[in-house]
Design a protein around this ligand. Structure first.
Ligand SMILES: [Zn+2]
Length: 160
């Protein structure tokens, strides 16, 4: 199952990446993919909380970089379309209801619509993704070997 491998690091720690393309693992890829935190994740739409943006530069060869950029836009478009469909659907489903929970019911319908997208993102992860928390960042790799190499390079100083 191609589920991503996650490496958790403190946010203050600048990550060191192996000198290989994060997608195809070519050595010395010579270019960089600038990745930002999930400002476009489904939960963003739920909580409407963007938080502080965390950006890293990930080694990626030119073709892979282009592909990762396109995947990101595809994901964004799919999210936007599904949310729009969910809102319209909720509007027609909840036409009869004018109570105080309408907002939450609408949110529930949108979330149900987003569930397949969410599962798709889990089971078909992109080569690299990350999720930032208040003081930790999850670096998510599709390639388990790359993740292991990354984890070794970023071993925390002996404090445990
Ligand atoms: Zn590549």
């Amino acid at each position: 199952m191609p589920v991503s491998t996650d490496v958790k690091l403190p946010k203050s720690h600048p990550p060191i990446f192996p000198d290989r393309c994060v997608a195809c693992r070519a050595k010395s890829p010579g270019s960089i993919y600038r990745a930002g935190t999930n400002a476009i994740g489904w939960w963003t739409w739920v909580f409407m909380a963007f938080g502080r943006r965390h950006t890293v530069e990930v080694p990626a060869c030119k073709p892979c970089r282009g592909q990762m950029g396109r995947q990101r836009w595809l994901q964004l478009s799919v999210n936007v379309v599904v949310i729009a469909v969910g809102v319209v659907l909720a509007g027609s489903l909840l036409e009869w209801y004018q109570g105080p929970f309408k907002r939450w019911l609408t949110l529930g319908v949108v979330l149900v619509c987003l569930l397949p997208v969410f599962l798709w993102e889990i089971f078909f992860p992109r080569p690299f993704d990350m999720t930032a928390f208040s003081d930790e960042v999850d670096y998510e790799f599709r390639d388990a070997d790359y993740a292991a190499e990354f984890a070794t390079l970023n071993q925390p100083p002996a404090e445990e």
